[in-house]
Design a protein around this ligand. Structure first.
Ligand SMILES: Nc1c(C(=O)O)ncn1[C@@H]1O[C@H](COP(=O)(O)O)[C@@H](O)[C@H]1O
Length: 177
């Protein structure tokens, strides 16, 4: 089995439904990854060990997701030289604003690349881009992926124009109906 090059970690297994998006993106690009629960609050010693050992184990980037008082991404960034991508996980209260602010407002010197609330897919894609910067083949696949996005958006525009033009004056613009 190929060794993982991206670590996807989260504060609890309850974050998985969100964090799965990162795993899915990496799988699409055939990038080997590992997943684990690593909590700064609940298992601080294991969390420090994970961060300290990540680079020596061959990981190239860490994606860390957590909800609420989300200290995991920042704490990992403080003990690893690897890039850390933080995913704010939305919980029942505060709609993820708490985790977003906990992750994004890092002090200078300790960067965490924060994606949107619940934006685990983009975290996976960002990790893929980081790896692609040193991998011409992966870079090519990322370009293809971008072209597909472009084609899909163009197609959506075509369909919307056809729908609106087809409806003509009967479309009821501005009527709110
Ligand atoms: N924010 C953190 C950290 C941390 O930052 O170390 N550890 C767990 N958690 C978060 O607590 C939430 C509730 O966890 P439980 O569902 O296990 O009660 C999860 O979203 C987790 O990421």
């Amino acid at each position: 089995m190929t060794s993982p090059v991206v670590g996807i970690v989260m504060g609890s297994d309850s974050d998985w439904p969100v964090m799965e998006g990162a795993a899915q993106a990496l799988a699409e690009f055939e990038i080997p990854f590992e997943v684990d629960v690593v909590s700064a609050h609940r298992m601080p010693h294991e969390m420090i060990a994970y961060g300290e050992q990540a680079a020596d184990r061959g990981l190239k980037a860490i994606i860390a997701g957590a909800g609420g008082a989300a200290h995991l991404p920042g704490m990992l960034a403080s003990v690893t030289p690897l890039p850390v991508i933080g995913v704010p996980v939305p919980l029942k209260y505060l709609d993820g604003m708490d985790s977003l602010l906990s992750i994004v407002q890092m002090p200078a010197g300790v960067p965490v690349a924060t994606v949107s609330v619940g934006g685990a897919r983009n975290a996976g894609l960002l990790a893929a881009r980081m790896l692609a910067a040193h991998d011409a083949e992966l870079l090519g696949r990322m370009r293809e992926f971008q072209q597909e996005l472009n084609d899909q958006a163009t197609e959506k525009g075509k369909r919307l124009r056809a729908k609106v033009e087809g409806a003509g004056s009967g479309f009821g613009f501005g009527s709110g109906k």
